[in-house]
Design a protein around this ligand. Sequence first.
Ligand code: NAI
Length: 354
Amino acid sequence: MKVLAILYNGFNAAVKEPRLLGTVENKLGIDKWLASRGHEFIGADKEGPNSDFEKHIVDAEVLITTPFHPGYLTRELIEKAKNLKLCVTAGVGSDHVDLNAAVDHKIQVLEVTGSNVVSVAEHVVMNILTLVRNFIPAHEMIERGDWQVSDVARNAFDLEGKVIGTIGAGRIGYRVLERLVPFDCKEHLYYDYAKLPVEREQAVKARKIDDIEDFVSQCDVVTVNAPLHEGTRGLINEKLLSKFKPGAWLVNTARGAICDADAVAAALKSGQLRGYAGDVWNVQPAPKDHPWRTMKNPLGGGNGMTPHYSGTTLDAQARYAAGTKAILENYFEGREQEPADIIVGVGETRSYIK
Ligand code: NAI
């Protein structure tokens, strides 16, 4: 059986650090195991015309991709992939696959649910603090050799007493609220289809708001922790940003395309947003001239963007590599998959597609 894995080139770093499992060099640590079972493993990068991805997808039975460097599996590619039966996301978030096309072609889509939710939740808390406290311009000032406290203190605040809201209170969103409890924020709000059980709400002092405009208008900080699907693509657009509290902070580690890139850059420039941080982009890798790389608020700060790495710490890589192997083992043995890992089962769909 041909197993195709779209990974990223780790170059020297991957040679020196074998725990960088999601790289072409380190092959999720599963290449020898697959070979011992008689399977062919192709670890490929997705870049370039006539890429290995396009070449090997035509006869691969299993496709593995990481969300950090996704191979975008479009309907067009799915139609060429005559043998494809299983897509595994080595991580969480399978929006790089056209899920409707996967359903139509009876291709299963599984992800390693939960594998990096703590990693992302910690990153969200860090992003919130770096924005609210105006940390990045303060650090850059030090590297420049300057020392002008008022220039950075004029846009630095405490998190205590602020209203925090999460769009999506699932595994990551809930963990963010759990981690924020000791900061004594004024309120924790959430916007989600699903209501949390009362005791779970009470444990993180969360209150559900049903209307998104009402929700954003109350928040000092909004964090996005919902999957990208038809109902969330472009959700945070010019109109919704105009309903935010003036000078709010927005953190998005979920998926870049949940926000309209130009509308966010304009809102930061005008000061409607005081800051925007996250690690996810509408195209990855982000082009050099992507507005989010250099956008700033009127005081020259407010940008906390990084490459997509919050869910790929070395700890997370160990978990999603092990989870990928477990999914493949189940598939080879004809065993049932963990229900929580199933995004598209055989001919059926889950919550993403609605
Ligand atoms: P989850 O499935 O546990 O929680 C998602 C929550 O979002 C659910 O409660 C769901 O009801 C809610 N939701 C769905 N559509 C919504 C909508 N339109 N409005 C409001 N709420 C909505 O998923 P989990 O594990 O918390 O992950 C969330 C997302 O975070 C993933 O789908 C992925 O895109 C992203 N992620 C990013 C990573 C990174 O490295 N930056 C790593 C892992 C996940």
